[in-house]
Design a protein. Structure first.
Length: 604
């Protein structure tokens, strides 16, 4: 193991000792109880099995076979989740073949950030994660199950399911992915049309045609955003089958992997090699997820989500932990927006298995950890295939099949990870540096201050931004308006950078897993509404974003900076942030939410 990985892991373990011990005590207490049907009253059991076939009732009550929960994020609004429609029937069939039973315990909401980008609905997006966690808890609260299959893929859904499952840490759990859509219009071509539209060079018809060619069928979007980063992290945590992440929904291998997920859950249940999720997800597994994120230049959203996931398991991590790991974790993947390849090309070049093997061999991953497939990460360095009708795993070739997409740890794209911490008198923030050109790692320019993304877009359309500047977009944090992604700002800023201007974004909002080549210091904490220093910035202040030194500074004399009265959010805007499209229902979450670095948690 690399010394720095060991040191960070030990630091996390020491910091988390009290909360982790208390968490594990709760897990063990719950795990010691008799199975559900035996500890419940007769009326409770009768309600639980009332709609089941007689044979299933017999299996649960008399034969005491394994009874599995299905928690599904199915809807046919999300292309990634549409394939889940038929999964419950398939899972029940496979469970029956194994002497088990399965019920859909509940559904959880699943919204698509691609649909809500730049619209008021996006202000519900981050909070939907904790709603999903609560919905998972409600589904499992019937407390009759021996394990859970968790069906979810996209941005907030996987973290929400995982947080919810960790609050039922006594249950074995297996995540079941559904795979990406086939390759359509390339991500770079799609982005080029977006930039042309932002400049008025093409119309809505051309833009819609390009977007429809990129997002064209069932399956996950093919860029390496939050959804696909979720899948990479689940592989690194050993929470779904090795190599399951990026198999197409209609590939026969996908059905075989889903069936094997059921068998895997049965194999780690209370009658077998009991592996409850609360034991499995320890500080070493959390560090493995962090390392995988950094090595692939994954989504910035996970510097929020995995803080929350860790806390659900009694483990405390922060952005300094990410930064210290990033200093020693090599960047091994170039997948859009960090490169031109999509996730299908990533999979073909070796995918998660290649990356995890290289990290393991380079001493960046903890190997002696529990997974749903047993002890150790070795199985996650292999790839699945069908040998006739049988599911098998095989070793990957020694070298990369495409060094434009993945590279070995001995010859990485960079010696350091793709995400970095920035800190200074503007607060603490993160930047996805892996996609930013080297000559843009440092930007020093006058501030142009906006209190909404609409203000910036209006200034761009009016031709007011044809110069070097740092866009400070504030009052976008979780307390202010739910911390929406500001991905709609990418095209105009990319256009300006393409014209040769030195531009950057500084915000207490989010960008997205698709954060691209414009340098963006995001998640600035504390946020402006909570007294954060972004509220002190004025138009014309010289701002320095330095991803080399890891600093984010307003170059204002200390005395002047200290004396400034922070700006406040316009009352009309504050009123608008709290109404329409259900935003009223989330007022309590906005009041109680913790900072981005604390995971934007609403339940602690």
């Amino acid at each position: 193991m690399k010394a720095a990985v060991t040191e960070v892991t030990q630091r996390i373990a020491e910091r988390s000792a009290a909360t982790r011990t208390a968490y594990l005590a709760r897990v063990e207490r719950m795990a010691q109880r008799p199975p559900g049907a035996r500890r419940m009253g007769c009326a409770n059991v009768a309600h639980a099995v009332a709609a089941l076939p007689a044979a299933d009732k017999l299996r649960i009550v008399a034969e005491r076979g394994p009874h599995l929960a299905i928690v599904t994020a199915y809807n046919d609004m999300l292309s990634a989740h549409q394939p889940y429609e038929g999964y419950p029937a398939l899972i029940r069939e496979q469970a029956h073949a194994l002497g088990a039973t399965a019920q859909v315990a509940g559904g959880v909401p699943a919204m698509c950030d691609g649909i809500t980008q730049g619209l008021p609905g996006m202000e519900l997006s981050l909070f939907s994660r904790d709603v999903i966690a609560m919905a998972t808890a409600i589904a499992l609260s019937h407390d009759v199950f021996d394990g859970a299959l968790l069906l979810g893929i996209c941005d907030k859904i996987v973290p929400g399911l995982l947080i919810g499952a960790l609050h039922f840490g006594h249950l074995p759990c297996v995540f079941v992915p559904a795979g990406p859509m086939g390759t359509g219009l390339s991500n770079s071509a799609k982005s080029a049309v977006r930039e042309q539209y932002a400049q008025g060079r093409v119309g809505r018809e051309e833009l819609l045609a390009a977007e429809s060619a990129a997002y064209h069928s069932a399956g996950t979007c093919t860029f390496y955003g939050t959804a696909n980063s979720n899948q990479m992290l689940l592989e690194a945590m050993g929470l779904h089958l090795p190599g399951a992440a990026f198999v197409h929904p209609h590939d026969p291998l996908r059905e075989a992997l889903t069936r094997e997920a059921v068998a895997t859950l049965v194999s780690i249940g209370p009658k077998a090699n009991f592996t409850p999720i609360g034991r499995l997800v320890d500080e070493r597994v959390i560090v493995n997820a962090m390392v995988a994120l950094l090595a692939t230049g994954g989504s910035t959203n996970h510097l929020i989500h995995w803080v929350a996931v860790a806390r659900a398991a009694g483990i405390a991590i922060d952005w300094t932990d990410f930064a210290d790991l990033a200093a020693v974790v090599p960047l091994l993947a170039r997948v859009y927006p960090n490169g031109s390849a999509d996730v299908n090309q990533f999979q073909a070049a070796g995918g998660p298995g290649f990356v995890l093997r290289e990290l393991r061999d380079a001493g960046c991953l903890h190997d002696d950890v529990a997974t749903v497939r047993g002890r150790g990460m070795a199985p996650y360095a292999e790839v699945p295939h069908l040998d006739g009708q049988a599911l098998r795993w095989r070793a990957l070739p020694a070298g990369s099949s495409d060094t434009d997409v993945v590279r070995p740890a001995s010859a990485p794209y960079s010696e350091t990870g793709g995400l970095e911490l920035l800190q200074g008198n503007l607060g603490r923030s993160v930047i996805k540096i892996s996609a930013v050109p080297d000559d843009r790692h440092v930007v020093e320019a006058p501030a142009r201050v906006f209190d909404s993304q609409e203000q910036l877009q209006a200034a761009f359309k009016a031709g007011e931004l044809e110069r070097d500047f740092v866009a400070v977009v504030r009052f976008q944090g979780p307390q202010a308006c739910g911390m929406p992604e500001l991905h709609k700002l990418t095209p105009p800023l990319a256009v300006l950078q393409g014209k040769g201007f030195r531009v950057a974004l500084v915000t207490d909002g989010r960008m997205s897993g698709a954060s691209g080549r414009v340098p963006a210091a995001i998640h600035v904490s504390p946020e402006a509404l909570a007294g954060g220093p972004l509220a002190k910035v004025r138009d014309g202040d010289l701002i320095r974003l330095d991803a080399v030194a890891g600093t984010l500074q307003a170059l204002v004399p200390d005395a002047e900076w200290a004396a400034r009265v922070p700006a406040t959010l316009d009352p009309a805007q504050a009123e608008a942030n709290g109404h329409d499209l259900g935003r009223e229902l989330f007022a309590g979450l906005r009041r109680n939410v913790k900072s981005a670095e604390e995971g934007a948690i609403t339940w602690m």
